[in-house]
Ligand binder design. Sequence first.
Ligand code: FMN
Length: 356
Amino acid sequence: MNKDMLFSSFKLKNFQLQNRIGVAPMTRMSSVKGSIPRQDVFDFLVRRARNGAAVVYTEAIVTDYECAQGYPGQARILKDEQIEAWKPVVESIRNEGSVAIMQIFHCGRMAWPEINPAGSIIAPSPVTPSQNNPMTNEPYPVPEAIGLLEIEHVIEGFIETARGAVAAGFDGIEIHGAHGYLISQFLSSYSNKRTDTYGGTVEKRYRFAHEVIQAVRPIVPDDRLLTFRISNWGVADMEVSLFNSKEEYQEIIRLLSKEPIDAISVSTYMYGDKAFNTDQNMAQITREVTGLPIMICGGIHDRESAEDALKGADIILSAKSLLLNPAWVEDVRTGKSLPLYKSEEANIAYSDTPLP
Ligand SMILES: Cc1cc2nc3c(=O)[nH]c(=O)nc-3n(C[C@H](O)[C@H](O)[C@H](O)COP(=O)(O)O)c2cc1C
């Protein structure tokens, strides 16, 4: 592999990226008023673009006003004032030569009553996550199994949110299919116990993801991006392998590869960890069965790890390093010795203190 690949340009559909580095999606829980993030959270994204990140993902944006929200203070893009609030942010990111992508999500069973005023928590099946809610330290409530009509309604939320993101000028949209949220809950036999057309075989468990992608794609103009994020772990199912085997995971990647999407974003704890009892990491396992561009994320913290992670992927994403170090891209470029941050250090993301 070319040693300078990290700072080489990459053609992602019709976008010529200036390098292979992106800001991973990061929920900041700052939208206390009107589902609009605080100004300093917007400014943070623009500064990361200015520091040289070629791709900037937003936090996960909630797809409805009913039961999609998973954390306090999450944002939406369903109303004019929300769209207007994001417009200058997108413009500033683009003026820095970066690509702005909005991630959209439904949390499914990861909701709890306080942040879910509709009192309806939905999931493929009435099964709770294995861990307590990290925000309340309480067990999650048992969700209701989503009905067929509700599935259509939930997909409408993805459509309307994608419409808002397009109106705000985003270069792309990401469907969040990772981390044990609704789409991920459908994909995994661990949370999906359905016996109808949305559960059972891999193909049936994949059906919901397929329908969301097919519904969102026509909303996203052809010259803009649609990406899909996937993981083998969940926020409240840390120890669980969401897919039963390498073969099962690869079957889903194959199905995704037939979709009108422009990249697959693979989220891991540590990009280099061997997966599914093989000697391959998640990026390599993904690469084996797809020709789509791959983004990889998890524990990439310095030049060496970034170059190494690119052996199985086209673009690397960083969350904690870019959150905590405003000069990260430049520091990586100069090969500075940089720390691997711990999860607890990222809690500052949720404070009122503006980040540098
Ligand atoms: C503060 C914070 C918020 C996060 N919010 C999201 C999110 O909204 N959507 C998402 O897909 N991942 C989210 N993640 C996960 C990151 O995108 C990333 O996958 C994970 O932190 C591992 O990457 P890292 O080792 O570079 O931090 C979040 C991570 C952090 C630290």
